[in-house]
Design a protein around this ligand. Structure first.
Ligand code: MF3
Ligand code: CO
Length: 277
């Protein structure tokens, strides 16, 4: 399987440690987010947690290696019509904002990458439903992964879950999930739409970041002049949920979920398969 990095069990355990740092940051950022708090302050909180763990950032200075403006934060914080790659800074959150926080940590050379979406205070019904639908599609995608299957089984399950809704949602196609391990972005791509049964086979040692990006309107993203922030073309609000996963002989292991995915997998009747310590 050319270009796909297969991790040893010990490397997957290391990725689990990175994933737990990611989960801790998400919990802390979500609790700290409130009206008047800036996205830069949330980024600083994430930096403090990385430092406490002696962990590295997957995002900081990303892009520099190929001459792109180096990414300046450890988080991507994307508010309202921002879909992904929002740069943290002086922006103050206000009640009703729909906020996505994407975060990646490196422990002993291995990455964990995940994103959450939440509201500042109460969300509108439509925004809350957008987040619920996107999160459900993430778990539907994860639950579709099994040894011997193919990567686009995940893609198909995500799309099907979203398209099954009464309302219309836009699914971004120019951005995908990805392989992950000793680098944040590796082969293969994990699209959020498509036919099942294609792409590389899902085998032991493969780790994937699964990350649906869904909007209340346009499926088209536009990159701002800062060369990072992606907004919806029509200004509609957007949502992003992501986890890093692997499949073991016992079942699925969601490396960036606090509980390893145990509860959500059980709810879907899918075996939970963490590696023993
Ligand atoms: N974590 C994002 C992803 O899921 C990428 C972040 S872009 C960066 O692929 F520049 F911030 F690193
Ligand atoms: Co990712």
């Amino acid at each position: 399987m050319s270009g796909v990095e297969l991790k040893t069990p010990d490397q997957l355990r290391t990725m689990r440690r990175a994933g737990l740092v990611v989960a801790e940051v998400h919990r802390a950022v979500r609790e700290a987010a409130a009206p008047g708090v800036t996205t830069g302050e949330l980024d600083q909180l994430a930096r403090d947690i990385l430092a406490r763990h002696g962990a590295g950032s997957s995002f900081l200075n990303y892009g520099a290696a190929w001459g792109y403006p180096p990414y300046p934060g450890v988080t991507c914080i994307s508010v309202n019509e921002e879909v992904v790659h929002g740069i943290p800074g002086p922006r103050e959150l206000v009640a009703g904002d729909l906020v996505s926080v994407d975060f990646g940590a490196i422990v002993d050379g291995f990455h964990g990458d995940a994103a959450i979406t939440f509201g500042v205070g109460e969300l509108s019904e439509a925004d809350q439903r957008l987040s619920d639908v996107t999160l459900e599609s993430l778990w539907a995608g994860i639950a579709a992964a099994h040894l011997g299957g193919r990567v686009t089984d995940i893609s198909h399950a995500i799309e099907k879950s979203i398209r099954a809704r009464r309302e219309h949602y836009g699914i971004l196609k120019d951005y995908t999930g990805h392989g992950i391990g000793s680098e944040m972005h590796q082969a293969p791509d994990v699209p959020n739409v498509g036919r099942p049964g294609r792409g590389p086979r899902i085998v032991e040692g493969l780790a994937l970041a699964v990350e649906p990006m869904v909007t209340l309107g346009s499926a088209v993203g536009v990159t701002l002049d800062d060369e990072w922030t992606v907004v919806t073309k029509d200004g509609s609000r957007a949502c992003h949920w992501e986890h890093t996963i692997t499949v073991t002989p016992k079942g699925l292991w969601v490396l960036t979920a606090e509980d390893g995915g145990e509860a959500e997998l059980a709810a879907r009747g899918v075996p939970f398969g963490p590696l023993a310590d």
